[in-house]
Write a protein that binds this ligand. Sequence first.
Ligand code: ADP
Ligand code: MG
Length: 726
Amino acid sequence: MMKPARTKPPRRALAKKPSNNGQKDPVGVYCRVRPLSPSDQECCIEVINETTVQLHPPDGCKVNKNGEYKETQYSFKQVFGTHHTQKDLFDVVAKLLVEDLIRGKNGLLFTYGVTGSGKTYTMTGSPGQGGLLPRCLHMIFNSIRDLQAKRYVFKTDDKNGIEVQNMVEALLDRQKRDAQPQIVPKTPLSRQKPEPEFADMINIEDGCKVEDIDEDSVYSVFVSYIEIYNNYIYDLLEEVPIDPIKPKWNTPGKNAEFIPPQSKILREDQNHNMYVAGCTEVEVKTTEEAFDVFWKGQKRRRIANTQLNRESSRSHSVFMLKLAQAPLDADGENVLQEKEQITVSQLSLVDLAGSERTNRTKAEGSRLREAGNINQSLMTLRTCIEALRENQMCGTNKMVPYRDSKLTHLFKNYFDGEGKVRMIVCVNPKADDHEESLQVMRFAEMTQEVEVARPVDKPICGLTPGRRYRNQAFKEELTRRLEERGGPVIGESEEQTAIELLFQSFPPIPSCELLDANDNQTLPQLIEALEKRRRIRQMMSEEFTKSVTSFRSMLQDFNGVVAAKENIAQGKVTEKERTIISQKSEIERLEKKVKTLEYKIDILEKTTSIYEGEKRNLQQDLESQQQKLQRQLSDKRRLEARLQGMASENAMKWEKECERRVAAKQLEMQNKLWVKDEKLKQLKAIVTDSKSERPERPSREKDREPKVPVRSISPSPVSVCVTWNL
Ligand code: ADP
Ligand code: MG
């Protein structure tokens, strides 16, 4: 934001700024839908509810490329339809900005939309329908009413700062002003009849004001009015010296010699706020006076646009309201003569150029180029908003190209620093504007996502409150008592000094020039006049002594009253202090409780983390055990398979061995059998032979006779053996 443009010496500029704890608020975006003009048939925008509007394409282009009927909805902080009045809009959008201004905080309010969408109607208004600008002025002057400083007590310097002057300096400046023509009429406009053209616009029947205004301060409003066209800044309030022979640009006429306005440059002040160098700042005391200044600027703008053949909808106008405030001294009588106690806040009301693309206005040649440039500044505004949004949402640090246009450069501080930024997007529901309205809505939606730092509260000056009213009560009491005693009444006008009054009551001194030697009249007349003066002086001196005595006694009485009031006030303060102490102890108790609870939470969190750690370890153990088990199972399975393989191999081996051995045994047995057989045969032969020789043989021998083995012997070698054993 713009830091409150305090007029501080450089040493103080480094003083620690009160912090707002980094709090931010999004840019407040509001939407106003103007009524359809009688010449337009089709309405393409519908207010759905308090915060939403719906756009639908005009007949004939109701389907998009994909053949769909496309309606789009957009949401805002609030939507104002045709039934909403200028006051409704002011109450919601601008009131808070004026309250902030009076509390020393800055604000920026701008209207955005295509030409004819109602930007100027919203900002300035029309006869009988005062817009935001006159309403802001009305609320400011309604709030600072009789708390305003006398003209020239505050004085602007050429570095965007404001100084405070004492009564005498201010009086001298007022006299100087009276001696020369100015843009502001010498007689305050409140006592003049305002121009009929705008009288209806500022006739605002609204008693709204800031309630809890600091009454121990004095206030003063300064206005400036600039126009940005083709990336050049022009001061609409600049006084062009009038040549009595040749008519100048502020005198419209066909053959008038026209002096084109000089463009201004932007500078940065010591608080890094941007300002238009050398821009006229006019101190104004009433709504009428301020609006008159605005109206004059407006007229000049119109003349310049006609004379220079400009496209007026392509220029941005900025009306700046600066409020200077400074505390009264400890006596509540004069403004505290301390530069660093001055607070300056600013509210900028911006009526932007039409946001439509150039081809719409059918501009040609140099006008087209200029218009391109103007469009460029709105493009830069869009780029800046985009960059800000990206930086804030993605945490990036992309450079915001404020310097690319005068418009964005001038308002850099509002987006980069602190303050409130509000935007009203104006839309015309007619079919021709549909395409452009979509662009406006998209920009508005993006803007809503940008956040701006919340402004800090104005520091308190440290003097006891109620100074102005104590001083006023004292003056009233003094006047009353002086009246009671028939003494002089304290005059309201400071210019009518006591010394002047005093000199008026003395008889004039006659001429003391002696005409001739026999002149015996001059001297006695002189003596008589001087004698008279001496008597008056003596009388006055006596009167003065009397007055001093009565004043002294009155002062004592008054002091008594003040002391009594102070006692009461002291009692109240003590009571309040007691409440504060009890509240403080309550806060302390709660803080302690919070600490204990935080400690407990801490312990619980630690326990939880320990348990969680244990759980994690156990889970890990479990997992590793499971893996081990799995491994063992698969090992076992492998072993089983191997053992099975080995067993079957062994069985086969043994079977083969057995078969081999059986076969060998069979062969052996067969051989033996054969041998036996042979032997038997031989035996048989022997027996047969011997029988024929000896017919009988003992029976026992018979039993022992081996049986003749048959060729088909039992297959088992065992049975063979058994047979043999038998
Ligand atoms: P812009 O400044 O956006 O180009 P204007 O404010 O000049 O548009 O508005 C164009 C016309 O529409 C003016 O005649 C104005 O009075 C009228 N107008 C705009 N908004 C409204 C509204 N909300 N109610 C009534 N008339 C309106
Ligand atoms: Mg306009």
